[in-house]
Design a protein around this ligand. Structure first.
Ligand SMILES: [Cu+2]
Length: 153
C-alpha cells in the first residue's frame, strides 16, 4: 500500500515539474547586411503541457519583440504580439512569413555562421515563468543575395 501511494505521488508530481518545459528546435537567425537594423529569428517550439512565449531577449539587439505576419489589404505586415500560445504537444513554427522573434536595433552586423544567444521566457499554465537560452545560428539573407555577392568576386 505504501509503495503504490509513493508511485502515485511520483507520477502526479512529474508533470508539475515539467509544466513549462518547452523544446526549442533548430533556432536560427537571418544574417544581416551592414547598416541593417533589424532581423528575424526562427525556430520550432513544442510544449508538452502547453505554455505561452511571453518574452524574448538577446544581447545582440536593443529591443526584442514577438511578431506575427498578417495580411492587411493584401499586403503582408508584421506586428508585435504580447505572447504566442503553444498548445500542448503541438509544435509551433516560427518561420519567415509567419511568427518570428524580431531583433530590433541590432548592435552589430550578424554574419553568416554567427551564433546569436536568445533568451526565451515561457509562462506555464500555472503562471510560472521559465527562461530558456538558445543559440541561434545565423544563416544568409536569401540564396539570391549570396549568388549576387559571389558574382562580384
Ligand atoms: Cu518582425
Amino acid at each position: 500500500m505504501k509503495i503504490s501511494t509513493l508511485a502515485v505521488l511520483l507520477f502526479t508530481r512529474a508533470p508539475a515539474l515539467a509544466a513549462a518545459q518547452v523544446t526549442v528546435k533548430d533556432p536560427w537567425v537571418r544574417a544581416t547586411v551592414p547598416e541593417q537594423r533589424a532581423t528575424g529569428a526562427f525556430m520550432q517550439l513544442t510544449s508538452p503541457a502547453g505554455a505561452r512565449l511571453v518574452e524574448a531577449r538577446s544581447p545582440a539587439a536593443k529591443t526584442v519583440e514577438i511578431h506575427e505576419m498578417t495580411m492587411v489589404d493584401n499586403v503582408m505586415k508584421m506586428r508585435a504580439i504580447p505572447g504566442l500560445d503553444l498548445p500542448a504537444g503541438k509544435p509551433v513554427e516560427l518561420k519567415p512569413g509567419g511568427y518570428h522573434v524580431m531583433l530590433i536595433d541590432v548592435k552589430r552586423q550578424i554574419k553568416d555562421g554567427d551564433s546569436v544567444p536568445i533568451t526565451l521566457v515561457f509562462e506555464g499554465k500555472d503562471k510560472k515563468r521559465e527562461s530558456v537560452e538558445v543559440k541561434a545560428a545565423a544563416r544568409p539573407l536569401k540564396p539570391q543575395a549570396e549568388a549576387a555577392k559571389k558574382h562580384q568576386h
